[in-house]
Design a protein around this ligand. Structure first.
Ligand SMILES: Nc1ncnc2c1ncn2[C@@H]1O[C@H](COP(=O)(O)OP(=O)(O)OP(=O)(O)O)[C@@H](O)[C@H]1O
Length: 329
């Protein structure tokens, strides 16, 4: 099967900073493909190059068979973009916003009314068609932006952090629309996220990106299975010291100390836990708690990047959103 997106050593440098570093990846038709990574990993930069908003420093990519450098206007016509930059006008109604975009993208006039009705229906905003966008909640605006990105029948939809800052219920709604789109319109969807649950539940494939490089790429199920075994989490103030002891005593060779916890992957937790606690006690380390589970996406992420994203505060998230919006202008 011919990939819908294919990148060839695509690279973007900002001065000495290599934001995207020789990335090769391919996305198949009809896939929901997630770029998952910590702040500054290069997700938005990669997406922006694929959308022809930014030009690569070297390498290139094909989107829908078109080269992003030589055939950028063909790429643009064949894709839908929903980025962080607020792209709907608060002083217009939902329908007026969509009407303006249809004209901009030359959606044939006889088809416009039906198309606008159909995208509004998809994001459940039909009854708000004539309301001013200024009165919409954050989630409703995001839904309208997605509807807008779909008006010209794109074959590929690019979504930059589609649910950032939304409450859990609005997030679930957006996930439903994305799933529906994939099913109904046979569309390929590529999105960036730093929400583990979003990547896990929504994406067919996930590329974990860190320091501009893809460090893992597979289906969520296979990424989790690759970690294997039981994951023991030990809470202690001396997580670094305990992780070294576990390694020295060969209790496991997969150990990471993150945020006051030690994550230890073992074949059998039942036999390993007493030995880990004995080793800790013998070294005078106080163990606050111990838990066991099968690895989830967050563990996959920690395994590949050495970082835990769950600890981002609301203020950090808002700061990041503001910075992104500034950069997109
Ligand atoms: N226009 C720009 N000028 C200079 N540096 C930039 C620009 N855009 C991005 N960068 C830098 O490139 C790197 C990758 O940024 P990018 O926004 O792609 O990361 P990201 O994974 O989307 O992160 P986040 O989730 O925080 O938005 C960062 O170090 C960032 O500071």
């Amino acid at each position: 099967m011919e990939p819908v997106i294919e990148t060839f050593g695509i690279t973007k440098k900002f001065g000495d900073n290599i934001a995207v570093n020789e990335v090769d990846l391919s996305v198949g038709n009809g896939e929901v493909f997630g770029l998952l990574g910590p702040n500054g990993a290069g997700k938005t930069t990669l997406l922006s190059m694929l959308c022809t908003i930014l030009k690569p420093t070297s390498g290139t990519a094909k989107v829908n068979g078109y080269d992003i450098i030589r055939q950028h206007s063909d790429v643009r016509k064949s894709i839908g973009i929903v980025f962080q930059d607020p792209s709907v006008d608060a002083n217009m109604t939902a329908r007026e916003n969509l009407q303006m975009h249809s004209d901009l993208y030359s959606v044939p006039v006889p088809e416009q009314k039906e198309r606008i009705g159909s995208v509004l229906k998809l994001v459940e905003l039909e009854d708000k068609a004539n309301s001013f966008v200024g009165t919409f909640s954050g989630g409703m605006r995001r839904r309208l932006e997605i509807a807008r990105g779909l008006l010209h029948y794109p074959k590929v939809l690019f979504l930059d952090e589609p649910t950032i800052g939304l409450d859990p219920q609005s997030r679930e709604h957006i996930w439903d629309y994305i799933r529906e789109l994939k099913k109904r319109e046979d569309m390929t969807i590529i999105l960036t996220t730093h929400y583990m649950e979003e990547a896990d539940r929504l994406c067919d494939k996930i590329a974990i990106i860190d320091h501009g490089k893809i460090v893992a790429l597979d289906s969520p199920g296979r990424l989790k299975a690759a970690l294997g075994g039981d994951l023991i989490t030990v809470g202690t103030k001396e997580s670094l010291k305990l992780s070294q002891i576990v390694l020295e005593k060969k209790l496991s060779d997969r150990v990471q100390a993150v945020n006051g916890e030690v994550k230890i992957t073992v074949n059998n937790a039942l036999t390993s836990i007493p030995r880990i606690i004995d080793a800790a006690t013998a070294s005078g380390i106080y163990v606050e708690y111990v838990s066991v589970k099968q690895p989830d996406m967050n563990d996959v992420f920690i395994h590949h990047t050495g970082r835990d994203l769950r600890h981002e505060s609301g203020a950090e998230m808002l700061g990041r959103m503001a910075m992104k919006k500034r950069r997109m202008r």
